[in-house]
Structure formats: structure tokens, C-alpha cells
Design a protein around this ligand. Sequence first.
Ligand code: DX5
Ligand code: ZN
Length: 219
Amino acid sequence: MKKIKISPSILSADFSQLSSEIKKLEEAGADMIHVDVMDGHFVPNLTIGPPVIESLRSHTKLPFDVHLMISPVHKYIKNFSDAGADIITIHPEATENLFESIKHIKDLGKKAGVSLNPDTKISIVEKYLNEIDLILIMSVYPGFGGQKFIPEVIKKIQKLNEIKEKNNLNFEIEVDGGINFTNSRHVIEAGANILVSGTTIFKENSGDIKKNIETLRSI
Ligand code: DX5
Ligand code: ZN
């Protein structure tokens, strides 16, 4: 039975209380913290950068699952690594040389993730799957929390999982965007083992984070 990991997105957290919010997530049983970094250029929204990650680093032992929605991304990878990111996930469209960027992340001793937008084909990463630790399948167009899950991505998760099993590869499949108590089971059955969630975890059941994490994991 595969272990399902939950990576709450702090984009939906109270940004004025980030350290206590991540402590609450840790106590509630989160497996990692999903940090959405946005530059207002690659996506039409601006959030946080390395200084915030650095200041949060000592407040939790959980891995920082850093999702870089920034372009160009290559020259900033080391900043996020130095700030305390554990998983650094980039979008292929944001680098001139995807292999070099993946290699750079791994040379820094971090896990390398590649994120595929709903309209980005698996073929863009297929030849690098051996080098990649994690594929982040976007089930919304990146930029904002609280969007509606795009059901067409289920087929993409299934296809990626088939490639993984056929070639006996080890990368993890993480799904991000609009995950809720209904679609999470379909996402897991399709082959995902890490669920990102912001709105469902922070807002459902009057914000009972522990209950929401347990519900997502148990489905
Ligand atoms: C969107 C981000 C997602 C988002 C998830 O660009 O990458 O991580 O914060 O939030 P929900 O779960 O509310 O869709
Ligand atoms: Zn994200």
C-alpha cells in the first residue's frame, strides 16, 4: 500500500502568522510544507522569496517543498537551496536548459522536481525522468489558491504512472491545485502519492487542519 504524503500549501495560510501556521501544520501531521514562490512574471501573482524561507527554516523540521513559479529560474536555484529548501521544483518553460537546472538542484544536494502545467505535455520531461525526484502535476493553472480542479489531468497522472511503472523509475508524483475530499481519491488511484492542498486544508471543517489532513490522507 503506497504511503500518501500531504504537502499543505502555505499560500492559503495567514501570512502574518507564518511561523505559527507551519508549527500547526507540523503538529497536525503534515509530511512537508508546500511553499508557492511566485514572481508576477511567470505567473500573474507575487508571493514570497528566499528571505522568508530562511526565516521560517528553524521553525519546523518538516521538509520545504518549494514550488518555483518564477522565470528565469536557473540563477535563483542556489538562493532557495541556501535558504533551506529541501525539494526545489521548477517549470520547464522557465529555464533554457532543463537538464542543467535539474543537475544544478541535485548538485546542491536537494531533491529536483519538475512541474507540468495542465497544458504542458509529459514528453517535455520524459528523457529526464531518471534524474528527477518528483513530478508536480498542476491540476490548475498556477498563480492562485482556491481554483477549481481540472479533471482532465487525471489521464495525465495515469499516463505518467504507467511510464514510471513500465520503466521501473522512482520519481514521486505530486498533484497540486483544487485538491479536495472528492477528487483526492481519484488522484491517488491514478498514481499520485503526494497531495498539495491549500484551501481544503485551511478552510474545510471550520479550519480544523488536523482533521483535513487526516481526511485527505485516509481517502
Ligand atoms: C497554485 C499553487 C498551488 C495552490 C494550491 O499556483 O501552485 O499550490 O496554492 O492551493 P489550492 O489547494 O487552494 O488549490
Ligand atoms: Zn504549488
